[in-house]
Design a protein around this ligand. Sequence first.
Ligand SMILES: Nc1ncnc2c1ncn2[C@@H]1O[C@H](COP(=O)(O)OP(=O)(O)OP(=O)(O)O)[C@@H](O)[C@H]1O
Length: 257
Amino acid sequence: MPLPLLTLQDIDKVYQNGTVALQGVNLTVHPGEFISLVGPSGCGKSTVLRLVAGLGTPTKGTMTWPGSTQQRNDLAFVFQDPALMPWANVVDNIYLPLKLKRQRLRSVRGSIQAAINTVDLNGYGQSYPRQLSGGMKMRVSIARALVTKPQVLLMDEPFGALDEMTRSRLNSDLLRLWREKNWTVLFVTHNIYEAVYLSTRVVVMAAQPGRVVANISIDAPQVRTDDFRTSPQFNHYCREIMTALSEAEAAGTGQKR
Ligand SMILES: Nc1ncnc2c1ncn2[C@@H]1O[C@H](COP(=O)(O)OP(=O)(O)OP(=O)(O)O)[C@@H](O)[C@H]1O
């Protein structure tokens, strides 16, 4: 078994106003996993991602990167809001993280074009965000993350604002990229079906306090076809997650599994 990429041990996060966002969270992430965090609003999903990204520190507990400290620096974050600069075209938006690393546009044009091609936006490099659909803007946001060649991708409800068809297409594209790029992905979603379709493991969380109530491995081939979405196996996993969520809600506090 390879070393875990990341471990969270007994993590508490209490915000300054006293909100206990996380209590006793344990999570071990192995390289190459696609982990979705699901749970009701306020259960601390985004807080977990922010701690992993180093945007805040745990109040208690330890977070370690056993493989290499470098991996900690090879993170990219994709949010629900693509947060593109409206005054900049697609090339310049994707260039931003490289610009912040003081790389010259001239020397990274090839990487930017490759990222544009990877997300199927060939020909849109000179377009401005106002000229793009919601799905296309999200593709730019993903290209901006992948141009930095991350090992770990943190995605906070990236497709939550998109229509069902666009979301479904981006789900398939994301899975393809995950396989091609050997990413490790931590993905926050409210959508149980999306979580099952995408993940190798679904971490179910409950609120008040935010905690992990179940870890459900999705034992299905990495290439997920549309048939998988309608299979009995898919329904079985969705039901398992719904049961874990409703049991946690009924039980109030306390961990399970
Ligand atoms: N900066 C902050 N200061 C105080 N409380 C916060 C802060 N950020 C989050 N919280 C609180 O911590 C709890 C967990 O929030 P978090 O955003 O992590 O949950 P979430 O599961 O991602 O929610 P959602 O699904 O609605 O996005 C919530 O009660 C929230 O109000």
